[in-house]
Write a protein that binds this ligand. Structure first.
Ligand SMILES: Cc1cc2nc3c(=O)[nH]c(=O)nc-3n(C[C@H](O)[C@H](O)[C@H](O)COP(=O)(O)OP(=O)(O)OC[C@H]3O[C@@H](n4cnc5c(N)ncnc54)[C@H](O)[C@@H]3O)c2cc1C
Length: 489
């Protein structure tokens, strides 16, 4: 009770602080990382240029990363999303959109849809983030061109002297800077590829992992969610696949569930509620669902004007309506801590089974995975060096737990990395640290440090301790502010 009141007071205080400069808290999503900071709100590029000359600073978008990559103690925080860099303009010749650092993904998608009937190549499943914050951390969806930063054709940042630097695809530094997790900042403007809006055939089904290959045949985009406490040898999965839609098919009614499908719909609907409010029953409920051995399939034609995640039959945003059965399980959890990483695509089923076993082993210590294990398939490769799929097709694995259990998720991440050395980080959700250096390429990381030093010789731009460890620069002494130890490698 007292905890709830405290949380509500914090929420209200944070809401009141929006738009205000001066001492303010910067908190990561779910508040696991936080710091009191001196906040500045850049009205335009000129004022931003002056602010960064004043002293040590970092850039914060919407502060929606879970892992605190945006939380840097002891420096001034430029709150980019609250600023006035709101440019948005579409070029019909190159079919690209120019977007400023204060624009959210929701605003950009709405603008593209309503003014030009176009969309982004891909996006994550939530849209309050700043476009630049999302791209800087490697935010992705699933299917072709899944990593959003892969659609950047040009970017402009301010260097340490406040001068504009523009890089385009093909420039030697571009592939490093296009996805650089706050080490090159502020990025003030991006130019992104867009695509025409079109409907897709979306099939979601409840099945078993052993049926995965068969069910996803011919699909252009695939994501699946595993119930972590069902049969560890052949777990229950919710599969969601998208395929191209023949225009002549038009939006048709989708078949209503019947027989075992109806039963599955009922059980899932009630499980979904119970899982939220009675987490202690999670394992027992999932074992029961496993025993029922339900099958369910639902096919819809998605609405081309849908703003969410490519798989909705209705326009607008799904948070404003109740989730449908199998689709509901893919929706974002706002109550759990989320940790994610990427493994080579073909290894995903084995890694998921490994995580299930490890998590189940921890349950006598009171640890439970929350909801589902989500797997989003990134079937092609991307240009930015630090994109998850820079070298090979990958699968993004998302784990959820109560905020107080976030450290158990870090342990699971470490175990997976021990067995699968090609595991790569999500820069807004993984526990970042030196253990990712080999997978990312020490030469590539060192080159990023050199690019940083070239553009920021004044040493004012700071980035989080976790990124410093990843880049092997500036080790603070115990008790010393990280910002005070500089950035020398
Ligand atoms: C509910 C929810 C759902 C999510 N869903 C997905 C998903 O489906 N897929 C996925 O991949 N991720 C997802 N994420 C993660 C999220 O997209 C990323 O963590 C993203 O970084 C958040 O953007 P932001 O604007 O909040 O950036 P912040 O968290 O504020 O900052 C992230 C990084 O970007 C840097 N940065 C910010 N602005 C600038 C700038 N102007 N110039 C240079 N650097 C800058 C910061 O310094 C920091 O390093 C989700 C997060 C939440 C909370």
């Amino acid at each position: 009770m007292i905890g709830s009141i405290r949380r509500e007071m914090t929420r209200r205080a944070d809401a009141r602080a929006v738009g205000a400069e001066g001492k303010r808290w910067v908190r990561s999503f779910i508040h696991v990382f936080r710091t009191l900071t001196e906040a500045r709100i850049p009205k335009d590029e000129t004022s931003l240029g002056k602010l960064i000359a004043e002293g040590k600073y970092c850039c914060v978008g919407q502060s929606h990363s879970y892992n605190g990559v945006q939380v840097i103690p002891g420096v001034t925080a430029m709150l980019m999303r609250e600023g006035g860099l709101n440019a948005m303009s579409y070029d019909p010749v190159s079919q690209t959109v120019r977007v400023g650092a204060s624009v959210s993904i929701r605003d950009l998608k709405t603008y593209l849809r309503d003014e030009h009937y176009r969309g982004l190549l891909n996006s994550g499943n939530y849209m309050e983030q700043s476009v630049i914050g999302a791209l800087a951390t490697g935010t992705h969806g699933f299917g072709p061109r899944a990593v959003m930063a892969d659609s950047i054709v040009e970017l402009t940042f301010l260097d340490g002297a406040g001068n504009r630097v523009t890089l385009s695809r093909g420039d030697p530094e571009f592939a490093h800077v296009a996805l650089s997790f706050g080490t090159i900042a502020p990025i003030v403007e991006l130019v992104l590829e867009t695509k025409p809006l079109e409907p897709y055939i979306s099939v979601s089904s409840m099945s078993r992992m052993s049926k995965l290959a068969e069910l996803k045949q011919g699909a252009m985009a695939v994501n699946w969610a595993v119930m972590p406490y069902t049969d560890p040898n052949d777990p229950v999965i919710m599969l969601h696949v998208l395929s191209q839609c023949d225009k002549s098919q038009g939006p048709g009614a989708h078949p209503k569930a019947s027989g075992s499908g109806k039963m599955a719909a009922w059980v899932l609907k009630h499980y979904y509620r119970l899982d939220r409010f009675l987490p202690r029953l999670r394992r027992a409920m999932q074992r029961f669902i496993d025993w029922l051995d339900l099958k369910q399939s639902e096919r819809v034609i998605t609405d081309p004007g849908d703003l969410d995640y490519l798989y909705d039959p209705k326009p607008g945003l799904k948070e404003s309506r109740a989730p449908s059965i199998t689709r509901g399980l893919f929706s974002t959890t706002f109550t759990g801590y989320n940790l994610a990483f990427f493994v080579p695509l073909e290894k995903a089923p084995a890694v998921v089974k490994f995580i299930m076993r490890e998590a189940d082993d921890l349950r006598d210590l009171g640890f439970y995975l929350k909801g589902i294990i989500s797997v989003r398939e990134l079937p092609d490769t991307a240009h930015p060096h630090f994109a998850a799929n820079a070298h090979q097709p990958m699968a993004a694995i998302d784990l959820f737990a109560d905020p107080r259990d976030y450290a158990w998720l870090e342990r699971l991440q470490r175990l997976v990395m021990q067995y699968e050395p090609d595991t790569r980080p999500h820069f807004g959700k993984s526990a970042l640290g030196p253990q990712f250096r080999d997978a990312l390429g020490p030469d590539k990381l060192d080159a990023l440090v050199r690019i940083h030093e070239k553009h920021y010789p004044q040493g004012n731009l700071m980035f989080s301790e976790r990124v410093r460890a990843l880049l092997d620069v500036g080790r603070p002494l115990p008790g010393e502010h990280a910002a005070d130890s500089g950035l020398t490698s």
